[in-house]
Design a protein around this ligand. Sequence first.
Ligand code: ATP
Ligand code: MG
Length: 428
Amino acid sequence: MTSIQALRGTRDILPEETPLWQQVETTARDILQRAAYREIRPPMIEQTELFARGIGEATDVVGKEMYTFTDRGQRSITLRPEITAGLVRSVIEHKLIAQGGVQRLWHIGPAFRYERPQAGRQRQFHQLDVELMGSEAPRADAEVIALASTLLTRLGLKSLTLDINSVGSGDDRQRYREALIAYLSPHKADLDADSQDRLERNPLRILDSKDAKTQEIVQAAPSLLDYLGKDSQRHFEQVQQCLTDLAIPYQLNPRLVRGLDYYTHTAFEIQSTDLGAQATVCGGGRYDGLVAQLGGPDTPAIGWAIGLERLTLLLKQLQTQAAHSMDVYVVSRGEAAERAALRIAQGLRQTGLAVEMDLSGSAFGKQFKRADRSGAVACVILGDSEAEQGTAQLKWLTTGEQLELSQASLLEKADQIKAEATVQRNSA
Ligand code: ATP
Ligand code: MG
């Protein structure tokens, strides 16, 4: 019989990779909690209309990439292609923002887009999403950008660049849109097919076309920054000032536009030169219009999403992740010794140690080899004579020193083992 395989564009995150994912999650949780962000866990399926209204029909995400189906009750349902729209729906539905208040939220979970799978691009992928709703202050933009920067830096990533732009207010963009269409129309025949298609529907998106010929044409296009009104300009300058105050390096990129319609003012991306074609690790920006567009009160907001597949790809290249290592390895041979080993392993774990018990029953030599490979600092050895006398051998794998002690007093060594393990890890 042929075996069944995972769907194209989906992947199992195997046990050897999960420590990396956990490292990202733990670091993110720590950084976000200390900045007053709280975790929220919305559903993964929503009414299709949420994304159609919240992201916009003219975007690739809604137009081409959504997993949409009709359920048995004839409702149109979509697997979320991103997280922001669902969070906004939740905030509105549960009235999470009091008049004049702010709401800081984060969420980690899968998102789904029907795209051509390749390195760093999947059909089920994962995002860490951060949103700050209820403030239009430039300081809010800086706070949110700084969180992404802090997280990526803390994880040890280098060769990252932060690009920022302002896409202005709706009015600014409307004026720019007209200027852009006027500039591009005479070149229409030379644009790539997608861009030709977007010329009337979503011309800003042409600015980040990957097509070489289109890019050349776009080089001479009018710059969005020249179309910003006074307030938009001021906001953007203040954001830049805040980033400078925080010593976060950035570069201006007037061609940076986000794919989603609800963005206003600040747009930003963090890219890595180590990722090949799928270079963007983090994308985000301000979306002052979205909450109202989805039926909520007028609420300015800003947020970002980090693609965790791309992030873990980068971390793998660094290989800095802590190996999944044990503090103690327990070897035993013989029926009574094996029973004692089970009890001792359990007892040591209750003291807080990480303990792996060899289950093979094979020769001591083979078990010792595995003990060495486990990364443990100590090995507990139980044979027939130890079982008979109620003792155990404690061997320090760091020095080779070995001592015999009663099984009861073994537990008293827990603190010493813990200390030794900490020393080992810090020097690794
Ligand atoms: P791209 O231009 O690479 O398609 P995007 O603009 O569609 O990115 P966003 O909607 O801003 O991406 O999503 C935020 C982040 O989520 C991206 O920067 C990326 O890291 C990640 N991401 C988006 N789509 C995928 C995917 N299909 N597979 C893996 N990660 C993805
Ligand atoms: Mg995309």
